[in-house]
Write a protein that binds this ligand. Structure first.
Ligand SMILES: [Zn+2]
Length: 422
């Protein structure tokens, strides 16, 4: 269940602006209307969505007199190689200078067919016009430095971002540079491109793996698997007196502190009129479910995990904890979320950092800094996070959809000394 739909979602979402477009198509089909952020205070019951920076999106399903908000959040960006201006030439070779976007595992990108996606700004008679781009063919690859190189992977050495990671675009006088290929893909002349926001992405397609085809091997599972699950749950959760919210952010991989990241006023600006109008009962009964993948216990390196020996792939979704609050989960929010999952029959595991290893972080705590509501960080347990191709269990994708859907459907009410959950 969900595997092929997830692969299709990921294939159509090689860069955050295209991922947004993929989600937007589904929202429009379901009757959601694109709305300006300035119109939020006047919103009545209905279905709306808001876009910021062309790569972050918040959708609302507003009932009459909402009693709480439940927010399903995830991120749309993935580690990648960002295209710089210009080209590098060594003899007949033409390579493309790139910068690291997020914490990608460099050597996993060698010798794979790469393509380019994102957006360009085109010059028009009246000004400039934005256009999404996906060249969608094997346009370049990064040749492994090979056995003769002193820092070959076999030695366990690391690679240099500025020296080793330039994608090779052409040899022997092949016509044109990267931007001419990009322009060609949208039927324009290269001279029309005023500026660009492009990344290289790996073109591997998602595939089922394992003895029982129980595993998914696919690029960008972090965090498009959760973005997919959140969207699916949001669109299929039944209507109650909950204000249902879908919040999918760009720029998580670079820290979220941008105009459209989780550290911006995008989500809080949309929700604060509701908080003000419906007051403390609404505010105190609201929940943020931030979904971003978790490191599963590694079969060859179990010692890297916490000694609780979870989470494992296929064992259910992981509830993430950190004393530093790099994960938003606290005891109150965990109690509410655990109860929701238990009643819905969703398997839940625990993710905690090994006490002497610094773990990752995600957008839950960052977003909740601006909201101040109950919040949990959860994730699909996966292996090879930030590798070119990652893996997770198909059963856990379903568990994530079920967990988020149940959260959106459950009535949470703040009581004097706890929460009524029903
Ligand atoms: Zn992530």
């Amino acid at each position: 269940m969900y595997a092929n739909a997830l692969f299709d979602f990921i294939e159509r979402s090689p860069a955050a602006p295209l991922a947004l477009h993929t989600v937007e198509e589904r929202l429009v089909k379901a009757g959601y209307q694109k709305t300006a952020e300035s119109l939020i205070p006047s919103l009545t019951a209905g279905k709306y969505y808001f876009v910021r920076g062309g790569a972050s999106i918040v959708a609302l399903c507003v009932p009459e007199a909402p009693a709480r908000a439940v927010i399903a959040a995830a991120h749309l960006d993935s580690p990648a190689l960002r295209v710089k201006e210009g080209a590098s030439r060594v003899g007949a070779y033409v390579s493309v200078p790139v910068e690291r976007y997020g914490g990608l595992i460099l050597y996993s990108w060698f010798d794979r067919p790469l393509s380019v996606a994102g957006r360009v700004l085109l010059s028009t008679e009246s000004g400039v016009e934005e256009r999404l781009v996906n060249v969608d063919r094997a346009l370049a690859y990064i040749p492994n430095p090979g056995q003769q190189a002193p820092n070959n992977a076999a030695t366990g050495a690391t690679f240099n971002m500025a020296k080793d990671m330039l994608p090779l675009l052409s040899i022997g006088g092949a016509e044109g540079d990267l931007l001419s290929a990009v322009a060609e893909s949208i039927g324009m002349e290269k001279e029309k491109i005023v500026s660009h926001d492009l990344i290289f992405y790996v073109r591997d397609k998602g595939t089922l793996a394992g003895r029982g085809e129980e595993l998914l091997l696919c690029p960008r599972l972090d965090d498009l698997a959760c973005a997919y699950a959140a969207t699916e749950a949001f669109l299929t959760a039944k209507d109650t007196d909950t204000l249902k919210v879908l919040a999918l952010f760009d720029h998580e991989e670079i820290g979220s502190s941008t105009e459209r990241g989780a550290d911006s006023n995008f989500l809080s600006g949309i929700l604060s009129p509701f908080m003000q109008k419906y007051g403390a009962p609404f505010f105190e009964s609201s929940l943020l479910v931030s979904a971003d993948n978790a490191h599963a216990v590694h079969p060859n390196h179990p010692e890297l995990s916490d000694n609780s020996k979870t989470p494992v792939m296929g064992g259910g979704i992981a509830l993430k904890w950190s004393a530093s609050h790099s994960y938003a989960t606290d005891a109150r929010a965990a109690a509410v979320f655990k109860t929701v999952c238990e009643r819905a029959g969703v398997p839940l595991q625990t993710y905690q950092n090994r006490a002497d290893i610094r773990g990752g972080s995600t957008l839950g705590s960052i977003a909740d800094t601006h909201l101040g509501i109950l919040a949990v960080d959860v994730g699909i347990p996966q292996l090879a996070m930030h590798s070119a191709v990652e893996s997770c269990a198909r059963a856990d994708v379903k568990a994530m959809v079920d967990a988020i859907r149940s959260s959106l459907e459950t009535k949470i009410v703040r009581t004097e000394n706890g929460y009524a959950i029903g």
